[in-house]
Design a protein around this ligand. Structure first.
Ligand code: ATP
Ligand code: MG
Length: 240
């Protein structure tokens, strides 16, 4: 199961959700989170060192054994960092991603992992389109602010045009208990025909967990963020 986490607008919570969703899915089955964004957020969130990663796999300069790392001492979560090549050669890295190479890498990984979660850069590009094309299902992340909603409309039109609008669901992240947030949420429901798998509250435990190089539920399993994300995971498992 290959599941990219995507958005057109940056900073809406893709990396946070990729990391935390993967940690929860790993309770159900062996899971790997792959960073395909040159911002390298996943290794940063885990405070892990790396050299080779996804970008070296793509250019054929690493094997899976060299790039797959365990996320935590316990559990069934693994990760692949973005890799140095993506950082030093961001344009060449994105240009060298093809659906053929992705399918080959994910086929190999699927022998070992049930869930393959992909963190992605915030844009529509050949890179992201290839990931969407070869995915089994994908998640679009949005925050309840006007700029994010504007970008969602553009993204939804694009997905429709590319006939990719039959295999995704939306997570509304950073929801706050105020009127503006609630109004924007209602608007998102309307323009997406309520294709919302769940919401996540703006929660200080997200930043605190990141500062502690861990996931939110490992840091504070009673937090609102964890409660809502557990609900999303249950719904997602029913869809997959
Ligand atoms: N629900 C939340 N509550 C509080 N803070 C959050 C929440 N979700 C994300 N954040 C914070 O918002 C910031 C941006 O999140 P994140 O890096 O996951 O976004 P992104 O979509 O991956 O960004 P980019 O598009 O740049 O890759 C981070 O500092 C993260 O800690
Ligand atoms: Mg990110």
């Amino acid at each position: 199961m290959v599941i990219p986490i995507v958005s057109l607008k940056g900073g809406v919570g893709k990396s946070t959700i990729s990391m935390n969703l993967s940690d929860m899915l790993a309770d159900y089955d062996k899971t790997i989170v792959i960073d395909t964004d040159q911002q390298n957020s996943i290794a940063s969130l885990l405070c892990k060192r790396f050299k080779k990663g996804f970008s070296e796999l793509i250019i054929g300069e690493a094997t899976l054994n060299e790039v797959v790392q365990k996320a935590f001492d316990d559990g069934k979560l693994y990760f692949i960092p973005t890799g140095h090549y993506a950082i030093t050669h961001p344009i060449e890295f994105e240009d060298s991603i093809t659906e053929e190479k992705l399918i080959k890498i994910f086929k190999e990984l699927e022998k070992d992992f049930k869930y393959i979660i992909l963190d992605t850069p915030p844009r529509i590009s050949k890179h992201v389109k290839s990931l969407l094309n070869i995915s089994d299902f994908f998640i679009v992340v949005i925050s309840p602010d006007p700029a994010s909603v504007a970008s969602l409309k553009i993204f939804l039109d694009y997905l429709k045009k590319e006939r990719l609008d039959n295999k995704f669901s939306i997570i509304v992240n950073n929801l706050e208990p105020n009127e503006v947030s609630e109004d924007i949420y209602a608007f998102i429901q309307a323009i997406t025909q309520n294709n919302i798998i769940g919401t996540l509250p703006k929660d200080v435990s997200v930043l605190e967990s990141e500062a502690n190089c861990t996931t939110v539920r490992r840091y504070d399993k009673e937090s609102g963020f964890v409660h809502y994300l557990e609900d999303i995971v249950k719904k997602l498992l029913k869809i997959l």
